[in-house]
Write a protein that binds this ligand. Structure first.
Ligand SMILES: Nc1ncnc2c1ncn2[C@@H]1O[C@H](COP(=O)(O)OP(=O)(O)OP(=O)(O)O)[C@@H](O)[C@H]1O
Ligand SMILES: [Mg+2]
Length: 373
């Protein structure tokens, strides 16, 4: 079976790393000739809308994406020739934050209060309605906290408008969550759904920094029914992740990703079947693998540049993932996952990890562990 992936970043790379042992072949489309999945299959270097390049990918048995902002026309062209999973409509649902929040609401999920903002008067009206603090976001093309501005006082409005105004925006109430969490599910074309244990996620400057599984709080049941409602509604095939805010009033849906997701990278070592393998199984119409936890896990993202591996590899239970990307500020270049047989062992290994982490991550992990109970 030959899998075509739109995007050849680290998610495509990890899909290929999971799929090659199962006998799958991979082709990728990416405008970047150095895209890091390129080493693991055939890389077509072209724009997302390049008809010729799309037609080359159309020869694959299945098409999937490692990023969700693929133009709808490109997906439609591919879907006319071969099986695109998840389908274009599922991607479209995740591409616009306003439509996404409306969908969550229609499916009965709680979300932060929100309002559409296209003009300056809209912004003033939205603030009147939602109050401050709030967060102004672009409706489309945001990732890793990009295209967002937190508004705490009236003085924050003008600089935020200068930076983001002139494109469709959404204003959301800034939630004082107790925790952030994410749930990943995999769904087959026949509608079978399996959920991974809920992960606790910790963001630093808008970028995912740590993910811990299982989450140190019990919201599995509610999170599962939310992601199931979404996946069934979209007739989704493959892995998807729903990002959540955990508040005293319950779970609020933040956004969803129609693909494999950073908050579930721990599943490579920490679950019986990784999210990457399960995504491919769903694409190929193979039975879904068990999503059961093998043992507690903690993942840390390497952002900007890879640290020196040796000090980290000396820690028992640590797996090292280098995406072979060049260093650049704010860029996800790799991750490490710590696993253990039980919670106390993971805590001891995390303590060991804390001693070798860069200073700002040290503080972040220490406070995360302290609030894990
Ligand atoms: N309404 C909100 N209230 C509180 N915090 C928020 C809110 N919206 C976003 N954040 C914070 O900013 C982070 C990134 O926001 P969001 O998930 O909306 O954007 P993103 O850029 O698509 O992120 P990513 O691609 O990393 O998932 C959130 O995980 C959360 O920490
Ligand atoms: Mg997010």
């Amino acid at each position: 079976m030959h899998i075509g992936i739109l995007g050849a970043g680290q998610l495509a790379r990890m899909m290929a790393l999971a799929g090659l042992p199962m006998g799958l072949e991979f082709s990728f489309l990416d405008p970047n000739p150095d895209a890091c999945a390129g080493q693991l299959g055939h890389l077509v270097t072209a724009d997302w809308a390049d008809a010729c390049a799309l037609d080359r990918l159309a020869g694959c048995d299945r098409i999937t994406c490692d990023f969700e902002n693929v133009p709808a026309d490109s997906l439609a062209r591919l879907a006319a020739a071969t099986e695109v999973r998840p389908c274009a409509a599922a991607l479209a649902a995740a591409q616009d934050r306003l439509e996404e929040k409306r969908l969550f609401t229609a499916l009965g999920m709680d979300v932060p209060n929100f309002a559409a903002v296209d003009t300056r008067p809209d912004l003033l009206a939205a603030i009147e309605q939602i109050g401050l603090p709030a967060v102004l976001k672009t409706r489309r093309f945001g990732y890793d906290g990009k295209g967002q501005a937190v508004l705490r006082t009236q003085e924050d409005l003008e600089p935020a408008w200068q930076r983001l105004g002139g494109q469709p925006l959404i204003l959301e109430a800034l939630i004082e969550f107790r925790f952030e969490a994410a749930i990943t599910a995999v769904r087959s074309a026949q509608g079978q759904l399996r959920c991974y244990p809920l992960s606790r996620t910790v963001h630093h400057q808008g970028i995912l920094q740590f993910a811990q599984a299982p989450a140190p709080f019990d919201r599995q049941h509610q999170a599962e029914s939310m992601v199931r409602a979404l996946a069934d509604h979209l007739d989704y095939v493959g892995c998807l992740t729903l990002e959540l805010f955990v508040t005293d009033q319950g779970l609020l849906a933040n956004e969803f990703a129609p693909r494999v997701h950073n908050s579930a990278h721990w599943t490579i070592e920490g679950a019986e079947t990784s999210q990457f393998e399960n995504h491919l199984r769903a694409l190929c119409d193979w039975p879904l693998g068990s999503t059961t936890l093998r043992g507690p896990a903690l993942m840390v993202n390497w952002i900007g540049q890879m640290p020196e591996p040796a000090t980290f590899m000396a820690i028992d239970g640590l797996a090292w993932h280098d995406y072979a990307k060049s260093a650049r500020a704010g860029r996800k270049v790799g991750h490490a996952t710590l696993t253990a047989n039980h919670t106390a062992e993971l805590a001891a290994r995390c303590e060991r990890l804390t001693t070798v982490l860069p200073d700002q991550l040290k503080t972040c992990l220490a406070s995360m562990m302290a609030s894990s109970g």
